[in-house]
Design a protein around this ligand. Structure first.
Ligand code: FCB
Length: 422
């Protein structure tokens, strides 16, 4: 058996989001949500991993992991605490962090909107109102101006479809709406927001590479024998995985978000951010139209099917866009670290074979650098390469993290690691 090598400039990274790691995000809609008792395990993000204070510790850990890239987000709620009130101290903190990353040759990959929003923005209707888009672009304008020449990769929106469904369809996340028309309307607004933001950043930073991080899954009919399940599966796959991207690519607001109205600016995806975690089974349902199911007996801590090999299907499917792909998230909730190594190795093996088939993949960001605040699931879901002890805030590298660091360092998966998954 031979080892597997990766391209010379391959980006090896880890991913986080500000609200999930920094702590003290009191001005955010999410913190208000947590205070209402919406988190399953009763925890809050109040301290999280204290990364607002200890970002240098996080960078040390990235160095220990041999990472040459880091995906993180900037927290709008901390930057613009009240409408028009920018917090220079916070801007300086992010600058300091990015400077340090660059000093260590770690490429910063900056997410501008990763689920959490300023509470004041939410109170004026958030992304439900088309006239509110300007508040977002105003914040982004300030950030990109401040970071001029420092950042190459911008991710404007993290998982727009997850944000839409959780916040506006199922009502489990802020703003807690359950309204299908509103869901589509916000989808339309997010498309317009992307279009405008892309155009603005491009003007300010012509060499930047701009995208979204698209949530993807493998979708299979719950019963292969059922025509209704099969049809529902195809529909869901299109809607959840492709319509948002197709709209940007075709520069039209496609149904169900719109009526094929043209987007106003000339936006595109300079690379394609892909988040992949699991496989979902779709079952037709008379009332709800569809139901999302699991089947396997091997579910991860969060109840998602253990299915790392599914990345192969996703890479094949998204290669049709002919845009370089960056895996912007991929990982597993596994408190005991029993399956994470296998998960990573199977995924990387599939990426290697996709590269061999000439699918252009520029990097892999593992979710997450350390255990953190997993939204509605709270602190108990553990996705980290580092284990977080929330009592004393000591971070400990997991065995899987050590293996990942060796692969990143060698740009190569050795035979001895591969034996592990045979
Ligand atoms: C993704 C989110 C990320 C994290 C992982 C587990 O949907 O983008 O913030 O919560 O799931």
């Amino acid at each position: 058996m031979e080892g597997l090598s990766f391209p010379k400039d391959f980006l090896w990274g880890a991913a986080t989001a500000a609200h999930q790691i920094e702590g003290f995000n009191y001005g955010s809609d999410w913190y208000q949500w947590e205070k209402k008792g919406k988190i399953k395990d009763g925890s809050t993000s109040e301290k999280a991993c204290l990364s607002e204070k200890y970002f240098m510790r996080d960078i040390e850990n990235l160095t220990e992991l041999n990472m040459n890239s880091y995906r993180f987000s900037i927290e709008w709620a901390k930057i613009e605490t009240r409408k028009g009130d920018f917090n220079n101290k916070e801007i300086e903190r992010y600058k300091k962090m990015i400077n340090e990353l660059k000093r260590r040759n770690i490429e910063p990959i900056v997410t501008l909107f990763h689920f959490s929003l300023p509470q004041w923005f939410s109170e004026i209707g958030g992304f439900s109102k088309v006239e509110n888009i300007k508040f977002f672009t105003n914040y982004v304008h300030r950030i990109v101006k401040e970071l001029k020449g420092m950042v190459q990769y911008y991710i404007v929106i993290n998982e727009p479809m997850v944000y839409l469904t959780q916040g506006y369809l199922f009502g489990e996340w802020p703003p807690g709406k359950k309204d299908i028309e509103e869901t589509y309307n916000v989808g339309k607004n997010l498309l317009m927001l992307y279009d405008k933001t892309y155009n603005m950043i491009k003007k300010m930073e012509p060499y930047s590479k701009i995208s979204i991080a698209k949530h993807t899954s493998v979708y299979e009919p719950y019963s292969k024998m059922s025509l209704k399940d099969r049809l529902a599966t195809n529909k869901i796959r299109e809607l959840f995985d492709h319509t948002f991207i197709d709209s940007i690519r075709e520069q039209k607001i496609l149904p169900p978000f719109g009526n094929k109205e043209s987007l106003e600016y000339n936006s595109d995806l300079d690379f394609l951010g892909i988040n992949y975690y699991t496989k979902r089974y779709i079952k037709y349902d008379k009332e709800k139209k569809f139901d999302i199911k699991t089947k396997s007996t091997h579910l991860t801590d969060i109840g998602w099917e253990f299915y790392p090999e599914g990345i192969e299907d996703v890479l094949e499917r998204f290669s049709k866009y002919d845009i370089p792909i960056m895996i912007t998230e991929n990982g597993i909730a596994d408190a005991d670290d029993r399956y994470r190594t296998r998960y990573i190795l199977v995924t990387l093996e599939k990426i290697h074979y996709a590269l061999k088939k000439n699918i252009k993949i520029i990097g892999y960001m593992h979710w997450s650098l350390m255990d953190n605040f997993e939204w509605i699931e709270g602190l108990s879901m553990r996705f980290g390469l580092y284990k977080t002890d929330y009592n004393n805030n000591i971070l400990t590298l997991r065995n899987s993290g050590e293996i990942y660091s060796k692969i990143a360092n060698n740009n190569y998966i050795s035979e001895s690691f591969l034996k592990f998954i045979k």
